[in-house]
Design a protein around this ligand. Sequence first.
Ligand code: DQA
Length: 149
Amino acid sequence: MKILVINGPNLNLLGKREPDVYGSKSLDDIMGRVKQHGKELGVDVESIQSNEEGALVTKIGETSGKYDGIIINPAAYTHTSVALRDAILACKVPCVEVHLSNIYRREEFRHKSLTAAACIGQISGFGPMSYLLALTGLVSHLKSVKKNK
Ligand code: DQA
C-alpha cells in the first residue's frame, strides 16, 4: 500500500514559523516520524511540500493508480482553494485532511475548509500527532474497503 503525504504553503517553515501555534519540529522531523509509523503499519509513505497551488493540483492529479491514499495538509489553501477541492474529488484517491492546529479555535476565516468535504475525514489540532492519527485512520479505512470488495 502506498500513501502520499502532501504539504501546502509555508509548512516548509515549520519549526521557525509561529512555534507557539505550530510547535518546534521541522517538516522533515514530522515526515520522518510519519514514515516510521508507515513502516510500523506496513505501508510505504512518500511526502512532498509545495508553496504553489498549481503544483499541488498537478501532483494530486497524478496520484490515481500510483497511490492508494492521500494525507493532505493544504495549509492556507484549505480556506480558499476550489481548485484543490476539485483535484481531490477528481483523482478519486481516498484522502484525509490534517491540520497541526485546531482551525476551529482560531480566527473565523480558518473555520471554513473548502477541501474537507472532498475528503473521507479531517483531523485538526493534535500537532504532529494529527498526521499519525490520519495515517492510522486512512490505512484502517483502506484495509476495510479492500476486505469488503
Ligand atoms: C494549518 C492551518 C491553516 O489555517 C494555516 O494556514 C496553515 C497551517 C495547520 O496545519 O494548522 O498554514 O493547515
